[in-house]
Design a protein around this ligand. Sequence first.
Ligand code: BGC
Ligand code: CA
Length: 305
Amino acid sequence: MSDKLVEVALELEMSLGESPVWSAAQQTLYWVDINRGTIYAWRPASEAAPETMTLDEKVGCIALCGESGDAGLLAAAASGLVRLRLPFDGQLEHLAANPEWQKEQHEGQGNRFNDGRCDAVGRFWVGTIDAEESQPSAALYTLQDGALVRRLSGIGISNGLAFSPDRRWLYHTDSLTRRILRYPYDVESGGLGEGETWVDLEALGLPGVPDGAAVDSEGCYWSALYDGGRVVRFSPEGELLAEHEVPCPHPTMVAFGGRDLRTLYITTATQHLDDPGKASWPAAGSLLSMAVAVPGLAEPGWTGR
Ligand code: BGC
Ligand code: CA
């Protein structure tokens, strides 16, 4: 079987769809609309519309909680990390404050959280985004014993976090640089080695910026090219293996789901489209999907470590 065409899985009008995460235990896809603070839960096998919960601030990303991902959701809200219960009941448990958020000021003052994910032992990594999306004022953190520990600084837009299945590498991008880096990674201690440029969109002549990612069971890295209108697949050596056009300019992130992890879900954005742009790209803001030949990997949940 070869990869199929990209389709609309669920028609939506999201501003900034992001952070799709598949729970194998619940056969449910979760994702967010960052700008509206909405978290979605959807069982593709059911006829039902997605359930949603909306916070009163932006939500950069989510992760499953618990080893089998059935102990709620961790959400990276602008002001800090919270845990939500499932099914959604409106309750929030505060886990850690965002060190780059000024509470006494108004919403929008400070760097909100952006992309994040758990590593193979359930440690949560999360980055921030410069409020103007232009200066290297953001950072990358791990959540350790209830506190956010700064691991990398000087970032503009933290994105593309993923881990190689052999546990040797952490992938990360500062979208502003159009490069994806990889860092030698010791998953037991959480230690990072020296980063190296692994993929350079400029050198490959690829459009847009690298946004969210997921790694498949062959260790290949799928990246959504925001403003590049495609998702691309790189080998573990960083070679470009495949390019799939999507029916809108701003795909944001990918996740493998479905019973056999052979459905690639793709979130999209409308935030950078004007009205004529939205009219030309009716699928923008929807949840997209594509049947793929190589399955993905189960997403680890946050284990509280
Ligand atoms: C951010 C957006 C940004 C996009 C492209 C996303 O992860 O949340 O605000 O425009 O990346 O860099
Ligand atoms: Ca992102």
